[in-house]
Design a protein around this ligand. Structure first.
Ligand code: UVW
Length: 340
């Protein structure tokens, strides 16, 4: 219990279980022993890059509020700090130097969702009125502040993505090959479908694992060559069914520390309709980010790793995937590496 932030925690949440002020949630389960177990899966020394080029998907058709990276060049002297001849600092210098600046939407391409990405209106203090809440009762407007709250200095002052970076994101990945089962057909995968896929591979998931989902979605994005066709993408590949309570309960019970998928949102977005007057529009995000403090990775790229794992009848690997240690961000690009 945390008397200073919340009196009630959401049903099915783990708030307080990792400490009243915990900011990394399920990543706490990634212990040294579990990291060592992950390292022991490495037999060949082969490494796979699990990121799309960060200028994919291209345009903003996939999600209109996220745009491709844009380079900005700082002026220097008469020109720019790019292809800049250092001889203008001292005629004795022969160097040419270039620097980058970039306007980067942190969740445009291969990314981590931080715990400040999705919260919920929830009556944590028991006064009968819902507040903007995030994992472990951190508050919108107090801990996670935006331009509506303050005129400057906004960002996630708690549960920022730098906390995840600081946790050292390295452990055992288990890739579930949904593409092998469903091809590129749209498929809503709930508890039964996920268990069937794990059984088909003879794969097991243990506490501390990263659950990775290969659906083929990022492969289509690459093939579209930065001209994504929204209609095709909406109707392609497997997505988790965030309205399947049995699936959500399995996520709680499994001890996994994160779910990383190559599709847009891990879960179906939009989700199936919910029950009652008001419900989360992103039910799996709600369960994972808000209730459990369990990070989601999206738009990862698994094609070559999946082919290798298929050919070698394996499912697990060492995953190294730290986000940027960027204080205050609610998400981050990531260049995950799988080592087998
Ligand atoms: C949304 O916020 C819609 O998506 P995501 O968490 O998948 O980036």
């Amino acid at each position: 219990m945390n008397p200073h932030r919340w009196k009630h925690r959401p049903e099915g949440s783990n708030w307080g279980d990792f400490g009243a002020d915990d900011q990394i949630g399920r990543m706490n389960l990634l212990t040294p022993e579990r990291r060592l177990r992950a390292i022991r899966t490495v037999e060949h020394g082969l490494a796979f890059c699990l990121s799309l080029p960060l200028d994919y998907p291209g345009g903003n058709t996939l999600f209109q509020h996220r745009k491709p990276p844009q380079f900005i060049h700082e002026r220097r002297g008469e020109g720019f700090n790019f292809n800049f001849k250092l001889s203008s600092v001292c005629s004795c210098f022969s160097d040419v130097v270039s620097d980058d600046a970039v306007m980067l939407y942190t969740q445009y391409s291969t990314q981590w969702d931080g715990l400040g990405h999705v919260g919920q209106m929830f009556d944590a203090d028991g006064d009968g009125l819902p507040e903007k809440c995030y994992y472990n009762g951190f508050r919108g407007g107090i801990d996670v502040v935006g331009p509506d709250d303050v005129s400057s200095g906004y960002g996630a002052h708690a549960i920022g993505i730098e906390r995840l970076a600081n946790a050292g994101v390295q452990g055992r990945g288990v890739l579930v090959d949904l593409e092998k089962i469903h091809g590129r057909k749209r498929a809503l995968v709930g508890y039964d479908g996920l268990m069937a896929a794990l059984d088909a591979q003879g794969a097991t998931v243990e506490t501390g694992d990263f659950l990775c989902l290969y659906t083929g979605f990022a492969d289509i994005i690459l093939e579209m060559n930065k001209q994504p066709d929204g209609e095709v993408l909406k109707n392609s590949c497997a997505v988790l069914d965030g309205r399947d309570d049995k699936l959500l309960q399995w996520i709680t019970d499994s001890g996994i520390v994160a779910i990383c998928a190559d599709n847009f949102a891990v879960e179906a977005y939009p989700a199936q309709p919910g029950k009652g007057d008001q419900y989360p529009g992103l039910p799996l995000h709600n369960h994972c980010l808000f209730k459990l403090g369990l990070n989601l990775g999206e738009l990862w790229y698994f094609a070559e790793l999946a082919q290798w794992l298929r050919a070698n009848e394996r499912s697990s690997f060492l995953l190294t995937a730290p986000p940027l240690r960027l204080p205050g961000a609610v998400g981050s690009p990531v260049t995950p590496v799988a080592t087998v």
